[in-house]
Write a protein that binds this ligand. Sequence first.
Ligand SMILES: Cc1cc2nc3c(=O)[nH]c(=O)nc-3n(C[C@H](O)[C@H](O)[C@H](O)COP(=O)(O)OP(=O)(O)OC[C@H]3O[C@@H](n4cnc5c(N)ncnc54)[C@H](O)[C@@H]3O)c2cc1C
Length: 406
Amino acid sequence: MDRASDRVIVIGAGPVGLCLSLALAQDDIRVCLIETLGEDNFLEQVPRAGTNHPATLEFLDRIGLYDLIEPRGIIAPLFHYWDRHENKLIAEFDHIHLKDDTRFPYVLQCERIKIVEEALKLAKAHPNIELRLSTTFTGFEQDADGVIAHVTNPAGEPEKIRGAYIVSGEGARSIVRKDLDIEFEGFTYPDRTLNIEVAYDFRKHGYTERNYISDPDEWSNLFHWKGPPDRWRVHFPTEPDEDPEALQQPEALQQRLQRFIPTGHDFEIVGSNLYTVHQRVAKSFRSGRAILAGDSAHVNSPIGAMGMNSGIHDAFNLADKLVKIFRKEAGEDTLDRYARQRRHVAVQHTQAETMRNKRVLAEKDPAVRKKNHDQLRRTAEDPKLARAFLLRSSLIESLREAEQIP
Ligand SMILES: Cc1cc2nc3c(=O)[nH]c(=O)nc-3n(C[C@H](O)[C@H](O)[C@H](O)COP(=O)(O)OP(=O)(O)OC[C@H]3O[C@@H](n4cnc5c(N)ncnc54)[C@H](O)[C@@H]3O)c2cc1C
């Protein structure tokens, strides 16, 4: 192999592409990382993920990222389920129950944008990573010897980039997945979710840093992010036919927040956006030398904070396998194991959990609501049940289960 083709082409400097690139580079594998955004607009991305589960923190620590993001985030050992209808705390879960399972018995509330900002600095400094910003991937070809990525470079010219493998970390609209004609199986919820960012300390009403709030009329999520100034993100469902502009008018946002917590004063609203939620998993995560990871392979509702976390878990699983292939310690069929393991997690864990979470929060039947809440309460109060619940909600169980898949 010539030097140009003896490397991995990673498309997308999102959390998944960056983690994969750093893990490979730190294991002496050369990477060409292609990102459409440039220095001028990389940080102008809409607010998204931010809850980092314990197992993810262990992975981020492995590539030297944890120490950089911890000071920019909030350590949150607790999370809450609330009943908005009754204005009552249903259950408080404490990650301390995982103290023998992980070095990080808490989540770190640290937004995706801070993670990619810090990871990008590490990528820029690493001699094994050729970072191509302002470069848009447009398609690819592959044969038995390698892959060729087609890109439009910063000068607007078409260019071809050679590599041994191509990994799509491009997010949900993956061109690699579409070029391979891989079905993105699943569905899209008809309603959109409204995200409002507020500078207001909700802890004075009993909330903790991370809250899931059930209500038959208007369920909600409430999360705390480090500033300055500190912000809280509140999610509300909207009706499918509501006008997006009307929904985000300042008065409409204030009214919604006042319905949620009547303070009598205007909230300081820092921003808002609307997003559509998809529950989809690619039918296959690999075709020859092309591999899908993160949102290009699976997307899900943010309720439960599993999208970015499970995508980062994909990245590390894949990095370990690619390293073995380059070192000739494993054959290419190990990539099929990656696909089996991570697809299993996407279907059986992230899809199943996030859909269940939404059902629990939005449940309308009073008898079912009561049953759900009683079960959450009992689970939180019993240390054994609480640990089992947290192992699943924090995706540790998914990693353990994947290890058993041949
Ligand atoms: C409101 C909201 C809240 C969320 N909260 C959480 C949470 O708390 N926890 C959690 O785990 N997940 C959460 N998620 C999901 C999470 O944001 C995604 O799962 C995660 O960002 C996926 O990472 P990724 O690297 O696969 O893709 P992305 O983050 O989408 O990154 C893809 C990258 O590829 C680049 N790119 C795209 N196309 C091209 C191209 N053609 N050429 C070159 N570059 C390209 C993009 O510019 C981008 O930088 C949330 C999502 C939303 C919408």
